[in-house]
Design a protein around this ligand. Structure first.
Ligand code: NAG
Ligand code: NAG
Ligand code: NAG
Length: 366
């Protein structure tokens, strides 16, 4: 009896290589064993040792304080996942021994009051025609249109990962080739476009920077360090351009749907609140996040959309690529409720117009 009840609250059934400790937790709940948090903690330490921020934050290594946070996260995850009104599951990840305040500080997640997204001030378009030829579900991951998930680390550079993720995706869609492009260039060099390195910025401004400054260098030539440095682009390495700069979307989520299907992944921003940090699967929805342009604090990349049945009810969602490594969430991705401006996600949406292989353009011009 009890076992079958617990079976209904499984974290997730997944074969993901990142889900070992979550599978262990699931197994304990399944088998109705005593929950052994010490065993889980040891396993979590092993699995996330290479990526957990606490390793860098704590000079003195593993300690009781961290273990205490971990224990309370486990309890929170179990009670969240037992709650049938929730549309998403929580799980353990590399952030599971940090307080929420530490996570906000680590990723520098703060509302960017000085950068109100005016992305949406243009007049509403008539989308009825476009919507008719837009499928009900589309996922660019299934159409070779999404490049690998990266890790922004301890720096408020989400906007550079959203931007580069979009440019890489549009390049991949156009040329069927993955170019690993440079976030660090944007961190160091895009200040004149009202961006602030590890203190935040906007993808729309970054697309304009790329357009006006000779394109993006590669990860290899301008590698990511996750700190503010002096701008220093090795000459001849800016190989991908954004000829048309930024296309800003309106606040209509239909506009976002059409743009994703017709053009490719779109940079979006929303507000991260505490309960997002432990997201594991399902459709994220929150009652406590804000939804105004001043509330958004995290830029990410929308790569698709669809609809899922949760407790017998259809919920529309966006599929989103995050920049907290593939260890976080659903292999680095999450789904978030679509159509209700969840956490302000309709305020700040843009994509790069006319991504171009500059090396071949240069050859052509010579
Ligand atoms: C796009 O939006 C940004 C703010 O997010 C704004 O600075 C920029 O001027 C807009 N660009 C266009 C082409 O409307
Ligand atoms: C792309 O660059 C990132 C650095 O952000 C690196 O971690 C990753 O391994 C690179 N990917 C490939 C396929 O080279
Ligand atoms: C981009 O241009 C360079 C130089 O012509 C070429 O080597 C490369 O294959 C091109 N990439 C694609 C995807 O067309």
């Amino acid at each position: 009896m009890r076992g079958s009840k617990l079976a209904a609250i499984l974290l997730i059934a997944t074969t993901s290589v990142y889900a070992n400790v979550n599978e262990e937790l699931q197994k304990m709940l399944n088998a109705n064993q005593r929950l052994d948090v010490d065993v889980l903690y040891e396993q979590w330490l092993k699995e996330f040792d290479g990526v957990r921020p606490s390793k860098r934050l704590d000079a003195r290594g593993v300690n009781q304080f961290r273990k205490g946070i971990f224990n309370s996260k486990v309890m929170n995850i179990i009670s969240h996942n037992l709650d049938k009104t929730k549309t998403f599951k929580k799980g353990l990840n590399q952030l599971s021994d940090l307080t929420a305040e530490e996570v906000y500080r680590y990723y520098n997640l703060k509302a960017q009051a000085e950068q109100v997204c005016s992305a949406t001030s243009s007049a509403a378009k008539d989308l009825s025609q476009a919507l008719k030829s837009t499928p009900e579900a589309y996922d660019w991951r299934e159409h070779n249109g999404v490049t690998p998930v990266k890790d922004q680390g301890q720096c408020g550079s989400c906007w550079t990962f959203s931007t580069v993720g979009a440019v890489e995706a549009h390049y991949l869609i156009k040329y069927h080739q993955f170019r690993n492009l440079s976030e660090q260039q944007l961190v160091d060099c895009a200040q004149n476009f009202d961006n602030h390195g590890c203190n935040g910025g906007l993808p729309s401004h970054a697309f304009e920077y790329i357009k006006d400054n000779g394109g993006l260098s590669t990860e290899q030539n301008y590698p990511y360090h996750g700190v503010d440095q002096t701008c220093n682009i090795p000459s001849g390495t800016q190989v991908v351009g954004v000829v048309g700069g930024s296309v800003n979307l309106t606040t209509s989520e239909d506009d976002l749907k059409v743009a994703i299907y017709e053009h490719g992944p779109v940079s979006i921003a929303f507000q991260v609140v505490d309960d997002f940090m432990d997201y594991h699967s399902g459709v994220y929805a929150s009652q406590v996040c804000g939804n105004g342009p001043m509330d958004v604090n995290h830029a990410v990349l929308a790569v698709g959309y669809g609809t899922e049945k949760v407790s017998g009810v259809d919920i529309d969602y966006w599929i989103v690529k995050n920049s907290w490594s593939a260890s976080w969430g659903d292999q680095g991705f999450f789904k978030i409720q679509r159509g209700v401006n969840m956490c302000g996600l309709n305020n700040c949406n843009s994509y790069p117009q006319d991504v171009l292989n500059l090396s071949s353009a240069k050859e052509f011009l010579q």
